[in-house]
Design a protein. Sequence first.
Length: 563
Amino acid sequence: MNSDLSSPRQPEHDAANFNQGWREQFVVGVLRVACLLGVVFIVVLYAYLTATPKERILFTSLYVVLFAVTVFPVPYIARASALLAVTFVLGTNAILARGPWIDGSLFLLIFVVLSALLFDRQVDLFAVIVSALTLLSIAVAHLFGIYKLTNANAPVVTLADWGVYGVDFLAISAIAVVALRRFKEEFFRSAQRMQAALKTLTTERAQLEDQAREHFAELEKQTVQLRSSTAVSRTVAEAQNIDDLLDIVTRLTAEQFGYYHIGLYLLDESKKTAFLQAASSATGKQFIGQGFHIEPDRRNAFYLVIEQKQSYIASDMSAASFIHDANFPLTRSRMMLPLSIRGAIIGMLDIHSEQTQTFHAQDAEIMQTLADLAAISIDNVRLLNETKVLASQLRASTSFQARETWSKLTSHHAPAYQYTPAGVRPIFKKENKKETADGLKVPLILHGQNIGAIRLRRRGVATSWTERERVLIEKIAEQASLALENSRLVDEAQKNALRNQMITAISSRVRETLDVESVVRTATTELRKVFDLKEAEISIGSSQSEAAPAKKRGGAEDRNNFR
């Protein structure tokens, strides 16, 4: 296609073919019209006109020739030559019969015009010369008495008549030839321009179709990649175990996208070593857990991804940028994607392909989206596991605290209440197993700890408890446990508030003066009032037992007591 456009003779060749095709259609059309008019002429000739037998034979023969070249498949040169020959014979016969009047000169002029239209290579000039010589020969023969016009009714033709008609014929023929040559040249140039434009349009259309096919193929490829990425993302988002998540990312990505090896690396805290955590190929699984040192080297793919914080794409076609991995000799294309969370790189996704120039910028965009989702999922699973551990620790701590609190609360006395027909009354004796053997006992569970029990017994004859009743009583026990805990918390909060209130009151009174003695007296008085004490004492300075060593050292300390 491009070689045709680069050839300067190609438009000329196409224009010549177009011109030849136009001529063939033109000559066929003229022959068909001539055949139709010839039928009418032959009928009129035999029915109404007076003609000699020679003329009838001549006209009939010419019509047979026209009909034959029109109907039968003959070459273009034969059809054009036959049409010119018939026209020339008709014109010559008309001049021989009646002189150079309108019908004879007209047929010769048509002979010249058709020669210019149907042929190249100076055929039109040859037709003018032949027509002029024919007209001159007949004129000379007629003027010198060598030949007489065959039509007795023809007017007398003088030398002036022959001269005027000869000059008129030559002038009109010359004008027609020049005009037709200009017309053919302009027509040929127009055909060339049209063919060149058509060729350009055809080329552009072919290029657009190729581009459309390429874009469609690329779009279809991206659609398949997006569909595969969505399938992988959906499965990755559902994973809640870090090991399963890493295996899903590598295995499903390799299956969905058709890559023969995918490795997932995670960085250590110093980002100096990348540890292979998961791989899709059997060769890669042999290196799981192995650490790869990250050196500041342009030949280290890990370092390039971490330094540039963007994808690395290379193919063995570009030896300058392609980094070979001795562990994977079949790799011909490679792409590495950073796993980043909030701008920090936590690892990399290493993708290998056996085909050359597999990865492009569009592939990197789609795969980077998948890598970002994998990084987010890894971080979410990590946070989820940490949350589970913290929740477990919190539950254990809460359970231990509940056990300690309720053990301390019930250490002095175990409050219990019993409903009787006389009302609700407290009980202080321990459980009688015989009395409760036919009843139902449901424990009060709070944060996994047993803080009490609900004991029920029916009136009259003992009957079994249904499952529905058991479930209902268990739910009531749960609510009772929560209510007891809330009551305890409220009571504890009230005590803390009262304690804080007393501390605040004492502190405000103590701060009313800056005198040391007044401060101590006020504090002693407030403590005795608050706790209803018989005696309250505040000592400033060390005690006597602590002062004895001081006296041995030769020192003495003052001690003031306030009661």
